[in-house]
Design a protein around this ligand. Structure first.
Ligand SMILES: [Zn+2]
Ligand SMILES: [Zn+2]
Length: 64
């Protein structure tokens, strides 16, 4: 799978590390933002979760 943002920029050599949880596009590490999400609380422990979103959905643009 190839990063959508990189493909739009004319590069198709960046492998995607994940899928944006908001728009569903595959993005590479340069175009992904991983933020901690509120964890589920289970008896005795807190489950840490995280959310992956592309730079477009996060409202930021990485300078490549
Ligand atoms: Zn990319
Ligand atoms: Zn997105």
């Amino acid at each position: 799978m190839t990063c959508y943002e990189c493909t739009q920029a004319g590069r198709d050599d960046n492998a995607a590390i994940g899928v944006c949880s908001l728009c569903g596009l595959a993005v590479c590490a340069n175009h992904a933002t991983i933020t901690p999400a509120p964890g589920k609380r289970v008896i005795g422990l807190v489950v840490v979760t995280r959310r992956l979103a592309c730079t477009t959905c996060c409202g930021t643009q990485s300078v490549a």
